[in-house]
Ligand binder design. Structure first.
Ligand SMILES: C[C@H](O)[C@H](C)C(=O)SCCNC(=O)CCNC(=O)[C@H](O)C(C)(C)COP(=O)([O-])OP(=O)([O-])OC[C@H]1O[C@@H](n2cnc3c(N)ncnc32)[C@H](O)[C@@H]1OP(=O)([O-])[O-]
Length: 719
């Protein structure tokens, strides 16, 4: 919808009205087409100002319409009518001008932006490209290199940067519509052809081939199999080599290859899933829009190890004052140095002052008496955590919320030693905590709606994607990861090599294969967890460790590596070899090949050729199968929650949507059939046995993922 008004005598003011972001739905496109035609034909009107309602210019095409057949006026001719019109049109950009919204503004003859406005062409993050002339007009305005960078990254830029790049003509701190009116009045009568971007030639560029080859190499390296960035480079190249009309044909052609692709569907699913997980609900009816979060102004963090430091930095960057506690002087000084260093480097990068005034460091829990919320990040040991929570319960004010950063221990057990179980939740951050976007908010059976609401909104303030999950061993992410990791080592037993498995998973789209991830995070971490869970103990024969533990198949390979001091990067050798302890570059280790051959011989395991398909299917389908079990156990509210955990916490390739979305895209009958096949081959691996929910969904004709919740029969949901 677009409103029309004539103001200042000769200016037509067209206002986009489609809350919350004035997306260019078919109704809005119809409204713009009609009002622009009215303004161009109204003899009283000398110029036009285009703006958006509610302090937002335009969030681009309506993503919700992509799944439906196209209706209403098309964007390209709509924008062309504005540009070709004989009256100057000024875009008044407030809030956001993104995607089709910026393309609309690029079709205008002048652009005025409010100082706080943000602009960009983020289509690539939706698996698409700017298909309303953005790939042809932007290069003509900014030149090729800038257009390539903005279109292949999809990043948002500030009004100041847009002014510097020549994308906007003026930036104002005042009322942007007034400023646009002023500009409109000032340009009446001036020639418009120099302002029609489509008629301009793209600024010439030396070494054109070199620039595009480098850009293509970079997007291929960065996007690990994603199609859209590659298509974006090709579309911008058309702007450099072809006249506008042919360039537009190329843009449309390339958009056609993306629009119906599985990747675009996956990325658009992620867009809405990321917003859906914020709309949490609990079995007792409490939910995101009926539970008031507390306003957290002060926080305490206990334990300044790797996790604690990252959590302090994230809290401070969210403007919260923090008391950072560490029991030992040496550890406290180390933590202070690290935290201050990270904040200063970050502030330098952003050209601001580091908010060091928001942090204080202390050696005693007493200093946490008055804070609103405490996050505990001490060593992953239940007894230690219980001692800390019992002390906190004594020291902190009655209303202080107590949160644990445990990565898998029972939150309710920790809560049980306090005087306030309803105010205890898990806030499970991912390393490095000031970088990784995922936050698992673990709802214990006694956690109150207020506590969950507070943790979820605090996560959002810290720039995290907060996902509410149930309290079970490993919660959602680590619980599912166990099946994936187990499958990867079982494949080594049967004949694969770490490089082969990692290569298959990296080609699938993971940033790093599972064995490189193991070496990065330290193989000794999992070793300690297996010891504390009783999987490894004095009863295990050290020379011929059993391959059956707790009644299921077990692979002792990782334990045998750790016993040899192969802990990964930190010791310079793990599944791979590194130049030195702490080395980062992984090289295949011939010793590992020999070690695996000896191991198979010793256990009489026939080695066989394992295909890339089998590697991916067994790892990724095992993950999804456990995901179905997590849903059935009520530990995640829906498939979106699981998928966002994996996209934001475990490096799952975003252009594949997430383990559950991927299973839906492959086709649930196929996933079921493959799992049945692998389970028949390996009856001693229970996590390959297809989950009841998967069977039920296939039985119901594989309904779309958005309807899966109806088929979940969780008897004891926690969410
Ligand atoms: C031809 C052309 O070349 C092509 C093809 C295109 O143009 S493709 C489209 C390109 N445009 C984009 O990629 C911009 C996408 N949007 C955003 O990045 C963000 O939304 C935001 C604008 C920066 C605001 O962030 P926010 O944090 O303040 O609020 P929110 O929670 O995110 O959003 C508030 C509500 O608005 C909904 N929403 C936002 N943008 C939307 C859009 N473009 N279409 C439909 N709905 C949208 C969103 O789902 C949520 O709904 P609900 O959950 O409340 O029901």
């Amino acid at each position: 919808m677009a409103q029309y008004a004539r103001t200042k005598g000769s200016i037509a003011l067209i206002t986009l009205t489609n809350p919350p972001v004035n997306a260019l739905s078919s109704a809005v496109r119809k409204g713009i087409t009609e009002t622009v035609s009215r303004a161009l034909n109204d003899t009283q009107v000398k110029a036009v100002v285009l703006c958006g309602e509610n302090g937002q210019f335009c969030g681009g095409a309506d993503i919700k319409e992509f799944a439906k057949p196209m209706s209403g006026p098309a964007l390209v001719p709509m924008i062309h009518a504005i540009e070709a019109g004989e009256k100057p049109v000024v875009a008044a950009i407030e809030g956001i001008a993104l995607g089709g919204g910026l393309e609309l503004a690029l079709g205008c003859h002048y652009r005025v932006a409010h100082a706080k406005a943000r602009m960009g062409l983020p289509e690539v993050t939706l698996g698409l490209l700017p298909a309303a002339g953005g790939t042809q007009r932007l290069p003509r305005l900014t030149g090729i290199p800038t257009a390539l960078e903005l279109i292949t990254t999809g990043r948002h830029i500030t009004a100041q940067e847009a002014l510097k790049l020549g994308i906007v003509d003026k930036v104002t701190d005042g009322n942007v519509v007034d400023a646009a009116m002023e500009m409109a009045l000032s340009v009446i009568g001036r020639p418009l052809s120099p302002r029609r971007l489509s008629t301009l030639s793209t600024p010439p560029l030396a070494n054109l081939d070199g620039v595009f080859e480098a850009a293509m190499a970079q997007v291929k390296r960065r996007s690990r199999g994603a199609m859209a960035p590659v298509a974006c480079v090709k579309a911008v190249r058309a702007a450099a080599e072809l006249p506008y009309s042919q360039g537009m044909k190329r843009e449309l052609e390339l958009m056609g290859t993306l629009m119906s692709s599985g990747q675009a569907k996956a990325l658009q699913y992620c867009f809405f899933a990321q917003r859906a997980v914020g709309k949490w609900s609990l079995p007792n009816g409490a939910q995101w829009n009926n539970s008031r979060p507390r306003d957290i102004r002060t926080a305490g963090v206990i334990g300044l190890g790797t996790m604690g430091r990252g959590i302090v930095v994230s809290l401070v960057k969210a403007g919260i004052s923090v008391v950072a506690v560490e029991m030992e002087e040496k550890q406290l000084d180390l933590g202070r140095k690290e935290v201050t260093g990270i904040l200063e480097r970050d502030a330098k990068r952003r050209g601001v002052t580091a908010p060091l005034h928001l942090i204080s460091f202390a050696l005693s829990l007493q200093s946490l008496r008055g804070v609103d919320l405490v996050i505990e990040a001490v060593f992953e040991d239940m007894e230690l955590k219980k001692r800390v929570f019992a002390d906190l319960s004594r020291v902190c004010n009655q209303n202080t919320m107590l949160c644990t950063n445990t990565s898998g221990l029972d939150v309710d057990q920790i809560a049980s030693v306090t005087d306030r179980p309803p105010l205890v939740v898990g806030m499970h951050f991912f390393a490095p905590a000031h970088v990784m976007k995922l936050l698992e908010v673990v709802c214990g059976p006694r956690s109150s709606a207020e506590a969950v609401a507070t943790a979820m909104s605090l996560g959002k303030r810290m720039g995290k994607v907060s996902v509410a999950v149930g309290n079970c061993p490993g919660f959602v992410g680590n619980r599912m990861l166990k099946s994936y990791m187990d499958e990867s080592v079982f494949l080594l037993e049967e004949g694969a090599s770490p490089e082969q498995v990692d290569q298959a998973l990296e080609e699938f789209g993971f940033a790093l294969g599972i064995f490189k991830v193991g070496d990065l995070s330290g193989l000794d971490v999992g070793w300690r967890v297996r010891k504390s869970s009783g999987l490894i103990g004095p009863d295990v024969n050290p020379t011929f460790p059993s391959r059956v533990r707790q009644g299921r198949r077990y692979c002792p390979l990782p334990d045998l590596l750790c016993e040899q001091g192969r802990w990964g990067q930190k010791t310079g050798r793990g599944w791979y070899l590194y130049d030195s302890a702490g080395g980062r570059v992984a090289r295949p280790d011939p010793e590992i090949q020999r070690f695996l051959q000896d191991y198979r011989l010793r256990y009489g395991i026939p080695s066989r050729r394992i295909s890339e398909q089998e590697v991916v299917e067994r790892c990724v389908f095992a993950l999804a199968n456990e995901g179905f079990q997590v849903l059935e156990d009520g530990m995640a509210a829906g498939p979106e929650d699981i998928d966002m955990v994996y996209v934001f916490g475990y490096g799952w390739p975003r252009h594949r949507g997430g383990p559950m979305f991927h299973a839906a895209q492959v086709g649930l009958p196929r996933v079921l059939q493959r799992l049945e096949f692998y389970y028949r081959e390996n009856p001693d691996i229970p996590h390959l046995q297809p989950s009841a929910l998967l069977r039920r969904l296939v039985g119901a004709g594989s309904p779309p993922i958005q309807q899966w919740k109806q088929y979940i029969r969780s008897t004891h949901s926690q969410l």
